[in-house]
Every structure is written in structure tokens, then in C-alpha cells.
Design a protein around this ligand. Structure first.
Ligand code: COA
Ligand code: AMP
Length: 634
């Protein structure tokens, strides 16, 4: 009889090293690990210390060798161009081998970093897997970030090369990537010598314009025409596969490091046990390769599982309408769909009765997963009713790389509860702690923490900064990983996630730092001080809202200042920050030690009961601020 969720969870909790060593048998190793866990550097743990493997081999070669070479690995569906392309496992492998040869010929080898700045096109898969093939460490940067954010990542990851394209296509405009890359390279202290450009038609700027700068700008196809295919290079399981930057409370992004062996096992395990996906399945994850959801469930997970992955270049609405997802399900016989709740809210807003759904055959669909932000019960009910398949909420983070809580439908379908991502996934020993680190009872809200060790596939450290890793995640509650989210476990062991305990916000499922936005506002010459908070937004979950105090004699109108600040955030962080709201206020509420009371501001803005700490410097400031935080109509 197949094991139940409860049995599997208990096994993983009782003896994690044995459980995960057993799970490791489902993937290919050059040298099989003899030990699950290395605890010698606790609280930093490493999985499969003596294992040797290649991640790309597990995603491609292994399936070709098993006779699945003609199965479809990747379907590229571009709604913005109106094209579809299919790649079998054998075809994708051939392209990846070639591009791995290109990278190798450019002098890139084991451990070298490659920054990938690409839109949602197959070259993203090819570049990522080619890095994995030769043991290079990729760092993919989302296309909606501005050059300054790109420069910060160049300086932290110090890549040997950048792989990019002439541009990305948003419904409203074309995004020129090359000037952004050149500007970022100019700003960065670290100098990158090689840029490889995939040419897409229809963009104003071309590679040739950048000849003569410090770097050599190559054409992808020119190099590929000359390169010999490269074989997969076995690397230690602990070798970094990628760095993915994410927002923290400060402006400096954190480089989450993913290992090779633990991640491959985690992808294989999660595909089967959480998503119920294997060879023969077709999974479409509507996110972006620049986010963790894209890394795990557009690229690595479905391919490691031997399934078909659909890469969708388009939006949930507007390309051309709110029936886009339903068209994709029908055209590609998708059985497993994954997106962010915001996308569902956008579809519902445009087509409340889901009339567009009626025109499509959705009979292939088995499960509809969502993650990235809280799934509100209204949207959950709407989607479940209209789709008629289980809508499964996943709670996780860039740091963990795969779900911490989910209905593990591949293992056992549990009774769902609205507002809950269901239960902790086997491998994650989730506890709710009070501020002092003591466990609280069922139903009581507290800090969500995970007892160490975290399972395979979760962050190994922060790039080049073990100390920051320890300080950020492991010191607050010794023996636990602090998730930064608050929530509770009910009496049945179901987890409810209520929101962040820090200043990270979630706009349309995109994780952003209000601290980074405050840094930008604070750099304006007229601004004395400022606060940015995330306020509840019907469509986007949250939106950033800025409050600034002017320097005396600043002499600028509210309208002009707001326009300048909005433009500055767009230029420094990127359009994805979606920063549009600024108000000038007389003062910000602070404690006597000078800490701005952002949580109180947030509670007022969201119309919730709010707490004013006794340490407040001047309680009158709160009363003056209320009309700004809760303007009429909000
Ligand atoms: N490259 C460049 N710019 C980008 C971009 C990209 N890859 N993605 C978004 N942007 C820009 C948009 O063009 C927009 O710019 P604008 O201010 O000039 O209009 C801005 O960033 C905000 O975009 P977006 O967040 O997409 O908001 P929207 O109002 O255009 O669309 C939704 C709303 C709900 C349709 C959209 O946010 C969406 O598809 N959400 C799902 C998010 C998702 O998949 N998240 C992944 C987490 S799992
Ligand atoms: P990211 O690292 O971008 O994936 O963002 C992670 C954060 O998004 C988490 O710490 C949560 O605050 C939030 N989040 C992600 N998924 C969910 C979910 N299913 N329910 C509630 N919050 C979520």
C-alpha cells in the first residue's frame, strides 16, 4: 500500500538523514552518496556530502538514455508573438550541449558565475541548463528590474559572463535589454568581459552598438555555430547550482545559494509527492524564470521529473484576454497548472462569470496550484467552483526553493481548508514560536519557524556570506530557521500563514523590499525622512505606499515631488515595484529611540485594529496621519 502523508511526514521527521538518503536513490549519481547529512558545520548543514552528480544530466540525458528522447520536454507558447514551438528531450539536450560548449569555449568552467538576463523564451532554459552542465553557477535576474538592481547583482555574484537577449515583450511595450545591461555593467565595480546576446527581431538596439566597450558582445547563434557539444561535468552534491537574489529588509539583495544534489532530490521528490507529476504529465507554471517558482517549476522540476513543461510568454489578461490560461490548458493538454493568486484575481476582475472558460476544453486539467502570496478565500472559492478541480495553495519562499506547506496531492489528497496552504510538507518540521522562542499552542499566532535541519534543496547559504545567512535566518531562534512569516497551526495540524513579520511586501506575487524603496526616496534632496509600507490591494495583494516628510524650505509641490519620486523608484528598482503612491506628511510616528512605527501605519492603512506602542515619542502624530493612511474611499 502506498504510504500516507502522515507516515511519510513522520519518517522524514524521525530520521531526516536516512529518509533523504533513501529519496536520493531516485535520481542518477556519478557517485552515490553514502551519507545523507553533514552536520559538522551546524547550524549550516549540507546534504549528501560525498555524492557526485550533474543536474543537467538528471534533467535531460537521463531521460534520453531511458528511451524518452522523443517525448516533448519543452513547449514554448508566446502569446505576444503568436507562436508555439516544441522541443523533444533529444532536441533540447542537443541545444543545451551546444550552448554548454559555447560557455566552455568562452573560458567558463566549474564554479564560474554566469548572469542570465532573459525574457520568457527557450534560451532561458538552454542557458540555465548549459551552466548546470559544465558546473557554472547561474544567476538569473528578472527582466522587470532596473539597471541599478542588475548592477548590485553583478557586483555580488561577480559573473564571468552575461547571457541576454535584445529584449523582452510586455503587452504595452518592448523592453530594450541591451542598453539596460550596458548601463548596469557601467555602474558595477566588477567588470564583466563577455556578453552573449540572443537576437530577437523588433528591437531598436543591437549588439554591434556596444562593440568597443570593455566587454566583448557576442551573438549567441554565431558562437553556437562554431561550438562543439559539451559533456555533462560531474560535480559534488554540495556544489552551487545557482544564486537567486531576493529582497530582504534592507536595500542589499540576498543571494540565495542552491546546491546541486539536494536540489535535484528535492525537485524529484516534490514533483511526485506534491504535484503528482511524472513522465507523461504536462505542467504549465505561469510565473517568470527570474523568480524561484520559475526556477523550480518552469525549468528544473518538470524536466527532472521527465514531464513536459510549458513556457508561457504572456499575461493572464490582455494577451489577448482573460481566457489566455484556458486556451493554454486546451492547446497543450495541461494537467498541472501553477500560477500566483494575483493572476486569478486579474482574470476574475476581467471575466467574473468565467464566461471565456466555456469556449475551451479543460478536461486534461487535474490540479491547479497557486503560490507566491496569500490565497484569499474568495479567490479560492471562485477558482474551485469555476475550474472544478482541486485548487492547491502552496506556501514557500525563494530561500526554500520548494513548498514548505501544501496539500501533498501526489502522496495523498487531504481535505482542504480555505485560507490554509494545508499541512507542512514531509521534511519541514514547522513550529510556531513566540517572540522568546517558546512554542505556542494550537490556534495561537506566532513566528513560523522550521526546526533545523531544513530538508534538501533549501538554501545552503547566502552567496559569499555565511555570517549574513546565520544572522538573518538562524540566530533569532537558535536551532530553527526563521521564515519571516507569522501564522498558526490549528488543532488538526493545518498551517495558516498570515503575513510577513518584517518589511518585505508582496506585490502581484513579486517580493519587494520597502527598505530598498525608502533608500531611493531618502536620496531625494527635498526628503527629510520617509516610510514605505505595503497596504492591502484588491488586485495585487499589496501595493507600496510612501509617506515623506519634507526638509524645511524644500519648496516643491506635492504633485511635482510625487512625480519625481515615482520616477526615481522606477529608475532605481524597476517598473515591477509598481510604486505609484506618495503622500507628504508633517511627521512620521516613531518610538523614542527613533524607530518608525511601520506596523502601526500598516494596520491603520488596512483598516485593522491597531496597536500604538507605549514607547511612541508623540502620540499626536498618529492622529494627524490617519487621514493620509486612510483617505476617503480606501
Ligand atoms: N520585464 C519588464 N517589465 C516588466 C516585466 C518584465 N518581465 N514584468 C512586469 N513588468 C512591468 C510591467 O510592464 C508594468 O510596467 P508599467 O508600470 O509600465 O505598466 C510593471 O512592471 C508592473 O507589472 P505587473 O506586475 O505585471 O502589473 P500589471 O498591472 O501590468 O499586471 C497582473 C497585473 C496581475 C496581470 C500581473 O501582475 C501578473 O501577471 N501577475 C502574476 C505574477 C506572477 O506570476 N508572479 C510570480 C510569482 S509566483
Ligand atoms: P518569494 O520568496 O518571492 O517566494 O516570497 C516568499 C513570501 O511570499 C513568503 O515569505 C510569504 O510571505 C509569501 N507567500 C508565498 N506563498 C504564500 C502563500 N501560499 N500564502 C501566504 N503567503 C505566501
Amino acid at each position: 500500500m502506498a504510504p500516507t502523508y502522515a507516515q511519510t511526514f513522520a519518517e522524514a521527521k524521525t530520521d531526516p538523514a536516512a529518509f533523504w538518503l533513501n529519496a536520493a536513490a531516485s535520481i542518477d549519481w556519478e557517485q552515490k552518496p553514502t551519507a545523507g547529512l553533514d552536520e559538522s558545520r551546524a547550524p549550516i548543514y549540507a546534504w549528501y556530502p560525498d555524492g557526485v552528480l550533474n543536474v543537467c544530466h538528471n534533467a535531460l540525458d537521463r531521460h534520453v538514455a531511458a528511451g524518452r528522447g522523443e517525448n516533448t520536454a519543452l513547449i514554448y507558447d508566446s502569446a505576444v508573438l503568436g507562436i508555439q514551438e516544441r522541443f523533444s528531450y533529444a532536441e533540447l539536450l542537443a541545444k543545451v550541449e551546444k550552448f554548454a560548449g559555447v560557455l566552455r569555449d568562452a573560458g567558463i568552467g566549474i564554479g564560474d558565475r554566469v548572469l542570465i538576463y532573459l525574457p520568457m523564451i527557450p534560451q532561458a532554459h538552454i542557458a540555465m541548463l548549459a551552466c548546470a552542465r559544465i558546473g557554472a553557477v547561474h544567476s538569473v535576474v528578472f527582466g522587470g528590474f532596473a539597471p541599478k538592481e542588475l548592477a548590485a547583482r553583478i557586483d555580488d555574484a561577480t559573473p564571468a559572463a552575461i547571457v541576454t537577449a535584445t529584449g523582452g515583450i510586455e503587452p504595452s511595450r518592448r523592453i530594450e535589454y541591451l542598453p539596460a545591461v550596458a548601463e548596469a555593467m557601467g555602474m558595477a565595480g566588477h567588470k564583466v568581459s563577455t556578453v552573449i546576446v540572443h537576437h530577437r527581431d523588433g528591437f531598436a538596439h543591437q549588439r554591434s552598438e556596444f562593440a568597443g566597450t570593455d566587454a566583448t558582445w557576442h551573438d549567441w547563434d554565431d558562437l553556437a555555430a562554431l561550438a562543439e557539444p559539451a559533456a555533462a561535468v560531474p560535480v559534488p552534491a554540495t556544489h552551487p547550482l545557482y544564486i537567486l537574489y531576493t529582497s530582504g529588509t534592507t536595500g542589499a539583495p540576498k543571494g540565495v545559494v542552491r546546491d546541486s544534489g539536494g536540489y535535484t532530490v528535492a525537485m524529484d521528490f516534490s514533483m511526485r509527492n506534491i504535484y503528482g507529476v511524472g513522465p507523461g504529465s504536462t505542467m504549465l507554471t505561469a510565473s517568470d524564470v527570474g523568480w524561484v517558482v520559475g526556477h523550480s517549476y518552469i525549468v528544473y522540476g518538470p524536466l527532472i521529473a521527465g514531464a513536459t513543461t510549458v513556457l508561457y510568454e504572456g499575461k493572464p489578461v490582455g494577451t489577448p484576454d482573460a481566457g489566455a490560461f484556458w486556451r493554454l490548458i486546451q492547446d497543450h493538454k495541461v494537467d498541472t497548472f501553477f500560477t500566483a493568486p494575483t493572476a486569478l484575481r486579474a482574470i476574475r476582475k476581467a471575466d467574473p462569470a468565467a464566461e471565456l472558460m466555456a469556449g475551451y476544453d479543460l478536461s486534461s486539467l487535474r490540479n491547479f496550484f497557486v503560490a507566491g502570496e496569500r490565497l484569499d478565500p474568495d479567490t479560492y472559492a471562485w477558482a474551485g467552483e469555476k475550474l472544478g478541480v482541486p485548487v492547491v495553495d502552496n506556501w514557500w519562499q525563494t530561500e526554500t526553493g520548494w513548498p514548505i506547506a501544501s496539500n501533498p496531492v501526489g502522496l495523498e489528497v487531504l481535505e482542504p481548508k480555505a485560507g490554509s496552504p494545508t499541512v507542512p510538507v514531509p521534511g519541514y518540521d514547522v513550529r510556531i514560536l513566540d517572540g522568546l522562542g517558546a512554542e505556542v499552542g494550537a490556534g495561537e499566532e506566532g513566528n513560523i519557524a522550521i526546526k533545523l535541519p531544513l530538508p534538501p534543496g533549501t538554501l545552503a547559504t547566502l552567496w559569499g556570506n555565511d555570517q549574513r545567512f546565520i544572522e538573518t535566518y538562524l540566530e533569532q531562534f537558535p536551532g530553527y530557521y526563521a521564515t519571516g512569516d507569522s501564522g498558526y497551526l490549528d488543532a488538526d495540524g493545518y498551517l495558516f500563514v498570515m503575513g510577513r513579520t518584517d518589511d518585505v511586501i508582496n506585490v502581484s506575487g513579486h517580493r519587494l523590499s520597502t527598505g530598498a524603496m525608502e533608500q531611493v526616496l531618502g536620496s531625494h534632496p527635498a526628503v527629510a525622512e520617509c516610510a514605505v509600507i505595503g497596504v492591502a490591494d484588491e488586485l495585487k495583494g499589496q501595493r507600496p505606499s510612501g509617506y515623506v516628510v519634507l526638509k524645511s524650505g524644500a519648496g516643491i509641490s506635492e504633485e511635482d515631488l510625487a512625480g519625481e519620486l515615482v520616477a526615481m523608484v522606477r529608475a532605481h528598482i524597476g517598473p515591477v515595484a509598481d510604486f505609484r503612491e506618495v503622500r507628504i506628511v508633517a511627521a512620521l510616528p516613531k518610538t523614542r529611540s527613533g524607530k518608525i512605527l511601520r506596523k502601526t501605519m500598516r494596520q491603520i492603512a488596512d483598516g485593522k485594529p491597531y496597536a500604538v506602542p507605549s514607547t511612541i515619542e508623540d502620540p499626536a502624530v498618529i492622529d494627524e496621519l490617519i487621514p493620509f493612511l486612510r483617505p476617503a474611499g480606501r
